[in-house]
Design a protein around this ligand. Structure first.
Ligand code: E4P
Length: 215
């Protein structure tokens, strides 16, 4: 499973790169707004740090506006992937963009039917938001399981990005369900690494090391 970091924060991206586990980055308007600098500059810097896919979202609501924005965003760097909202106009835009060789990540997916149509439209990625489904008392990860089955049944090439990840269990379940990608906030990456028994073990070894005669 590939791991993307779900952030537009340069410090977090650099730290995740140093950990050697980042295959790509996903951003959205909320994450970019937090950084308080022009989106284009920020995306350019992110693309210079990461060679894998970097998702940048359009804000237009009609297909022609989405396509125009996408073409501009795609000029920022070769690894830009255009995030398109999962609405009727978005699917039209995906069809046009994929015919132009511009990669797409269809976002804000909350149902299996949406995911099926996204694959038929030819999107490169689909982003089902598991955390936001959990928030309304639906089991977000069930959606991933169903999409995986349907994509497998018909050999769809669209990659599943588990998005809106809120905890380590989402990531582990994503891997068990053979999701293609999990896009993870930096805080959850840290949680994935940490284990109290590891910390206790290190502490104990350090204490015992002091008891070893030096000569
Ligand atoms: C993914 O592409 C989205 O940017 C993100 O995962 C949304 O997460 P949230 O529901 O925590 O805002």
């Amino acid at each position: 499973m590939e791991i993307f970091i779900d952030t537009a924060n340069i410090k977090e991206i650099k730290e995740a790169i140093a950990l050697g586990l980042i295959d790509g980055v996903t951003t959205n308007p909320t994450l970019i707004a937090r950084e308080n600098r022009p989106a284009k500059d920020l995306l350019k810097e992110i693309c210079s740090l990461v060679s894998g896919p970097v998702s940048a979202e359009v804000i237009s609501l009609d297909a022609s506006g989405m396509v125009t924005e996408a073409r501009q965003l795609a000029k920022i760097a070769k690894n830009i992937v255009i995030k398109i909202p999962l609405v009727k106009e978005g699917l039209k835009a995906v069809k046009i963009l994929s015919s132009e060789g511009i990669k797409t990540n269809v976002t804000l997916c909350f149902s299996v039917s949406q995911a099926l149509l996204t694959a038929k439209a030819g999107a490169d990625y689909i982003s089902p938001f598991v955390g936001r489904l959990d928030d309304i008392s639906e089991v977000g990860m069930d959606l991933i399981k169903d999409i995986r089955t349907i994509y497998q049944n018909y050999g769809f090439k669209t990659k599943i990005i588990v998005a809106s990840v809120r905890n380590p269990l989402h990531v582990v379940s994503a891997a068990l369900m053979a999701a293609d990608v999990a896009t993870i906030p930096f805080a959850v990456i840290e949680q994935l690494i940490k284990h109290p028994l590891t910390d206790i073990g290190i502490q104990r070894f350090l204490e015992d090391y002091k008891k070893i005669p030096q000569k």
